[in-house]
Design a protein around this ligand. Sequence first.
Ligand SMILES: NC(=O)c1ccc[n+]([C@@H]2O[C@H](COP(=O)([O-])OP(=O)(O)OC[C@H]3O[C@@H](n4cnc5c(N)ncnc54)[C@H](O)[C@@H]3O)[C@@H](O)[C@H]2O)c1
Length: 490
Amino acid sequence: MLDLFAPIAAACDTSIAAEHRAPVAVVGAGAIIDVAHLPAYRGAGLEIAGIFDINLQRAREVAARHGLPRVYSSLEELLGDEHVRVVDIAVAPQAQAGIVRQAIAAGKHLLCQKPFVPDANTGVELIALAERAGLLMAVNQQLRYDEGMAAARAMVDAGWIGEATTMTFTVNIATDWTPWPWLVRSDRLEIMYHSIHYLDAIRAVLGEPARVFCAGSRTPGQVAAGETRTISTLVFPGNARGLVHTTHENRTGDPEAVFRIDGTEGSIKGTLGLLYDYPHGRPDTLEVSSRVAPTDGWLAYPVTSRWIPDAFAGPMGSLLRAMATGGTPYPTARDNLGTIRLVDALYTAMDYVVSRLAALDAEQVGVAAGVAPPSPQPAEARAAIAVLLQDLERAVSSERVGNLQVLMPGMAEQDVAAWQAFFQRYTQLAARYAIDHLSTRGDTGYATVRTLYMYVPAGGGAQRETRLRQAIRFTRTPNGWRVANIREAP
Ligand SMILES: NC(=O)c1ccc[n+]([C@@H]2O[C@H](COP(=O)([O-])OP(=O)(O)OC[C@H]3O[C@@H](n4cnc5c(N)ncnc54)[C@H](O)[C@@H]3O)[C@@H](O)[C@H]2O)c1
């Protein structure tokens, strides 16, 4: 190994120190436990106390194949095993949250499979439960530990490509969903179960996007119910941008799975070997060209391990290390909530494009005329206020005070004048409101909100940003929730 790569290889190490190891029990005996979790844990020298699956026969087969000492006959029996300190879950995803609640009540640390939760609210609830119980909860978003990906991130962290400006994944493969009946039936498919890995990997490098766009579709003749082709674009505060373009309906037998990170001082590019013959695949490839390292052109990094099974030792090792040292696992469930929110935002953007196009055409006429109708709001106050804030983001982007007045009917004359002046000073406006805290009582709601404005000054120039903390008061009218006023937060 070139000396240059020694610190990069060290950052990719997924071995688990003997003093960090603790007994683990596994819930679920499905495909991924069989081909990835258990081989990785055996390779890392972990003690697996036993396994439980509602399909007992399947649990017995997997236990026999991997030499596990015990098959539990119920979840309660597994959780009652005092020897077990960590529960590793990989079940059909709708069953995961219930198992997590029971495992927390039993005092076990947790490694959950992706997708961690079906929606962010469930994630917030589970994280609060674990934190209150003093338990650690990590999510098995193990592409972060796949050697090609981990080495790329270590190179970015070492400053080898300067400021990272673009990160892209292009994946074109043939996926047979039929061994997983629950996937074949799922309305949400490609992003929720596959591209979630790439989105999480991009977040690990570029942080949280401020805006997203997504187009998704099915392919004539496909078996699965959900979307199998997606194009997701991520816009980050500042210069960075991300793109994930995935299709699972490759009909020409030439799989492709490539990624690339560009920066101001160089670039990194590679392939995800696993996807060239799932689930065996081949090692990733990785090359870097850096003016900082420096590399004098493209230099190949020698990848020596695989996504399946090797990367699966990463999240478990990190959880065990955190338990032993009082640290934090990487990534935590709280971090993963950002990935769940991103997935949700992409589906919202996709629905918006596909099914609401006609409605939007009509609405656009109203936006242009300065009389955009507010969107229909759900009955529940929090959900309704979330819809109202999305309308507000769009009204600000329309740069028409008339659109704001529909959402803020009580706007005083000086507020109208202030917004008009604002729209004259700035163009190409985009606003984003992220609620930090929201309380509602009767017909009134109060929120503290992190506000991000992106804009180009009217005189021209580069895109700029302003970040504010604002206090917003909401009121429920016979037509739905509206904004009563917006002030700087104290
Ligand atoms: N790279 C990855 O991280 C990766 C890859 C594949 C699957 N996964 C995730 O792992 C999970 C399982 O996937 P899989 O491919 O093993 O699916 P699978 O359908 O092969 O297996 C799921 C197993 O869960 C069991 N099960 C269902 N409900 C249960 C419950 N309440 N208690 C105990 N067992 C229960 C089923 O009997 C089945 O044996 C899914 O969430 C999937 O998204 C992750």
